[in-house]
Each structure stands twice: as structure tokens, then as C-alpha cells.
Ligand binder design. Structure first.
Ligand code: CMC
Length: 433
């Protein structure tokens, strides 16, 4: 990656009466940043920003979020447009390479991905080691990390060819692994990939086909699955992406880095929120109970939060939530499902987005608000939701990992701390304590 940020000015930071000049850096979009890299050397002071609310961890050219406008761009293209008009492999190519493929490039990329969809036969023994009732995210975290044992050479991360192989392998194998997690959980035999199907169609078949029957992919469901993949593919320097970058900054094996990202995504404040949002909507149950839950969300003495609401960056409706809302209607319409949970969701969105508490704090529906409803209509149990998120996000993670390794300014990530523990004291032998 060619570094493109430029210095547009100088900021003066005054610390205890002494002034320090710090460069102001600007990218192509978004707020400028004050370059504090030399601050410690110059002044002996750190900056303090737990949760990274004001800190850019890297320069990146992949994804941009305009939180105020509710816009998400992949390599400059609006995600809503990509979700409606492109497909997941084309978007994967875009994220990795920076440009949309022409017909020939797309054909070659698709062929390369389909060449790698199968798992090494021995991966199966990792699944056999899990309890049947293991959470599928536990299985995915473990088995994606286990791929590092099969493709050790891909860790020669400085070589383009090895890096490309790792990128193609992980994008190709993650649907097969994710589907295997589902099949293992429900006690059904592994369904092998079928390479004449689309990325989403193949995944649906690996999840829902059984050897005893023919499985025909429903094109509306396939399209919905593909849109879900596109919407979840990348999202700037979120917690799991930053985890992948941090793990990768030491030169670790790429599959181990993806396992680290998968583990981070699992938490309910991140990828686990769609499961939590659906559970919340089910718990609310009927529209007349919404005010009770809104009151709880506003009550600071109650830890309850409206799941699927709010975002660190978006202070308007998450654009992915808009596509999800439309997709939910399409899928439920196609399957002829009338789901009372959808009615609760739409009413909750209407009430909450007009309440002062939520408007003042910029809390609007995020991608997870509707995704649980549509995923459950597609036939996935709630504990698979985060697995589907991880499957899609793997493309973003590996693109970011690749960008980091191509960045000439890249160094191992090593945050500092403000230490507030005990100062130096003498060791006291046990019999004297
Ligand atoms: N319900 C009620 N109040 C909320 C909510 C919510 N969902 N989210 C934030 N707030 C309040 C919070 O109490 C705080 O109020 P105050 O200023 O009075 O103390 C204010 O809004 C700011 O919240 P914060 O926790 O400082 O915001 P954050 O940027 O640290 O957290 C968040 C972002 C997504 C973790 C949070 O909004 C949340 O917990 N939402 C619910 C979980 C969720 O839906 N997560 C999915 C995120 S989207 C998927 C992804 O991209 O990973």
C-alpha cells in the first residue's frame, strides 16, 4: 500500500507550559488526525485514550464510514449499491484489490476461490473433538485457527504469492468451516462444497442439504444471503479487525490472526449483538410491552440496553440496517412468514427513533437490529448468527491484514499504559506475611 496521508498543518500541544509542534494529517475523507508519534520522545508524555474514541490506529484505503450521514463506502463504493447490484465474490475482489474486477479478472478470481473450497480431510478430527452442544463460535474459532497447522507456509507473509494463497484459501474455506459447525451441532453429516454454485448458494446448500434428498437453492434466499455477506464484509477499524491487525503485526500466521478476530467478534457488544437483538425482540413479544423496555433502556440503574441500537461511529441509521429491513420484508414475503417479532421490531424502531433519549445520543438501529429476524427466517438457529457474521467479515479481515503487511510504515502494534498499580516494594517471605 502506498501511503497517501498528507500533512496539512501543525498543531501546538502545550504540556506544563512547554509547546510541542505536531503534524496535522489528512486522508481523502473524514476528520484529520494529530500525529502524536513523536510526542513521547519530545515530551516524555503519552496520550491516554482507552477504547480508542479519538485515536486512529492506522492509515487505511479500504472502508470509510460517514457516521453523521449514515454512509458506508467500500473502496469508495456505497455499500447499499453494492448490496443491491453486485455479488459477494465481486465485492471480495474489490476489497482485496482496490478496484472492481473486469469480466476476465472476475472469472479467474471465482475459479481460484472455488479451487480452495474443500477442507483437508483431517480437519474433521478437530470437529470430532468438540462436544455436540459446543457453541458454533467456539468450533469456528478453534477450527479456523487449526488451519494454521495445515498451511504453515502461508505464514511467509512478506511474499506476495504466499499472502495471496492465504487470502484465497481463507475466503474459500470459511463457508465450508462455518457450514460444518452448523452440521456438527445438529448432528448431520458434512455436506461437501459444490463449486458450480454461487458463494452464497454453495454455503446454503452445505448448511441445509442432506444426503437423503435433493436440495435446490431458492434464488431469493440465495440473494438475501449474499446481501448479508456483502453488508458484513468490512467496517473500518472495529474491535475484531483491529484484533486481526494487532495479531498480524507480529508476523503471526494468517489463519491464527483470523481466529483472533473471530474470538473478538463473538462478544455481545460486537458480532454477538444480532443474537441478543432477536432474543430481546422475542422477550418483548408484543407491541404493548415496548414502552416498558424503552423505559428500562433509559434507566441508568438498569444495565439493559436496546440491542441492535447505537453504534460507536454511526450517529444516524446504519445504512446496513436499511438494506436489512428491506431484505427482511423480501425474505418473509417469499417464505410466506408472518412474524410477530418483525411487527415488534418496526414499532420499536418507530418509537425509539422519536424518543429524546435516543435522538440526543444518536442511537439508531444498527445492522444487527433486523439481521436476526431474517437469519432466523432463513432457517439458522440464533447461535449461528455470529458465525455468519464471521464468515462474511473474514474477507474484510484478510483484506485489512494484507493492507497492513503491504504498508511500508507498519510496525508491531504496542499500546502504552498509565500504570496505577503498586510501586516498588520488598518481597516478604511467606512465613513472615
Ligand atoms: N440502549 C440504551 N442506551 C444506549 C445504547 C443502547 N443500545 N447504546 C448506547 N446507549 C447510551 C449509553 O448508556 C450512553 O448514555 P450516557 O451518555 O447517558 O451515559 C450513550 O448512549 C453512549 O453510549 P456508549 O456506551 O458510550 O457508546 P459506545 O460507542 O461505547 O457503544 C455500542 C457502542 C454499540 C457498544 C452501544 O451502543 C451498545 O451497547 N449497543 C447495543 C449493542 C449492539 O447493538 N451492538 C452492535 C453494534 S453494530 C455491530 C458491529 O458493527 O459490530
Amino acid at each position: 500500500m502506498e501511503n497517501k496521508i498528507t500533512q496539512t498543518g501543525t498543531a501546538q500541544m502545550v504540556i506544563e507550559g512547554k509547546s510541542y509542534d505536531l503534524p496535522i494529517l489528512k486522508g481523502s475523507l473524514g476528520a484529520p488526525g494529530v500525529d502524536v508519534r513523536s510526542l513521547y520522545k519530545q515530551s516524555g508524555h503519552f496520550t491516554f485514550d482507552p477504547g480508542y474514541t479519538s485515536t486512529c490506529s492506522t492509515e487505511s484505503q479500504i472502508t470509510f464510514i460517514d457516521g453523521g450521514e449514515g454512509q458506508l463506502l467500500y473502496r469508495g463504493y456505497d455499500v447499499e449499491k453494492l448490496a443491491e447490484e453486485s455479488n459477494s465474490l465481486e465485492v471480495a475482489y474489490l476489497l482485496i484489490n482496490g478496484e472492481l474486477p473486469n469480466a476476465e479478472e472476475y472469472k479467474t478470481f471465482k475459479q481460484t476461490i472455488t479451487n480452495h473450497t474443500m477442507l483437508h480431510d483431517q480437519v474433521e478430527s478437530f470437529f470430532q473433538g468438540y462436544r455436540r452442544d459446543s457453541h458454533p463460535m467456539a468450533m469456528l474459532t478453534g477450527t479456523v485457527g487449526a488451519l494454521s497447522g495445515f498451511y504453515h507456509d502461508d505464514q511467509h507473509t512478506t511474499e506476495d504469492e504466499a499472502r495471496n494463497l492465504a487470502i484465497h484459501r481463507i475466503i474459500a474455506k470459511i463457508p465450508t468451516l462455518a457450514a460444518r459447525c452448523y452440521k456438527y451441532r445438529v448432528g448431520q453429516p458434512h455436506v461437501f462444497p459444490q463449486n458450480n454454485l454461487s458463494y452464497a448458494g454453495n454455503f446454503l446448500r452445505m448448511c441445509f442439504a442432506v444426503p437423503a434428498e435433493e436440495y435446490v437453492v431458492n434464488p431469493i434466499i440465495e440473494r438475501a444471503m449474499d446481501k448479508i455477506f456483502i453488508l458484513h464484509m468490512d467496517h473500518e477499524q472495529n474491535a475484531s479487525t483491529s484484533t486481526v491487525r494487532l495479531a498480524g503485526s507480529s508476523g503471526a500466521n494468517p489463519y491464527a490472526c483470523i481466529a483472533a478476530g473471530t474470538a473478538c467478534l463473538w462478544g455481545p457488544s460486537h458480532g454477538g449483538a444480532n443474537e441478543a437483538a432477536l432474543n430481546m425482540l422475542k422477550e418483548i413479544g408484543t407491541v404493548d410491552r415496548i414502552p416498558e423496555f424503552i423505559a428500562r433502556a433509559k434507566d441508568k440503574s438498569d444495565p439493559f440496553r436496546l440491542m441492535g441500537f447505537g453504534h460507536r461511529v454511526y450517529k444516524a441509521t446504519d445504512p446496513r440496517a436499511r438494506v436489512m429491513r428491506r431484505t427482511t420484508h423480501e425474505v418473509l414475503g417469499e417464505l410466506g412468514i408472518t412474524n410477530p417479532v418483525l411487527e415488534v421490531a418496526m414499532e420499536l424502531e418507530k418509537i425509539a427513533t422519536n424518543e429524546e433519549y435516543f435522538v440526543k445520543r444518536g442511537l439508531y438501529p444498527n445492522v444487527d437490529f433486523y439481521s436476526g429476524i431474517v437469519l432466523s427466517a432463513l432457517g439458522f438457529p440464533t447461535d449461528m448468527f455470529t458465525v455468519l457474521f464471521a464468515l462474511a467479515r473474514t474477507t474484510g479481515w484478510i483484506s485489512q491484514w494484507n493492507e497492513m503487511l503491504e504498508d511500508p510504515s507498519q510496525r508491531i502494534g504496542r499500546p502504552r499504559q498509565l500504570y496505577s498499580g503498586a510501586t516498588l516494594r520488598d518481597f516478604v517471605p511467606m512465613d513472615k506475611r
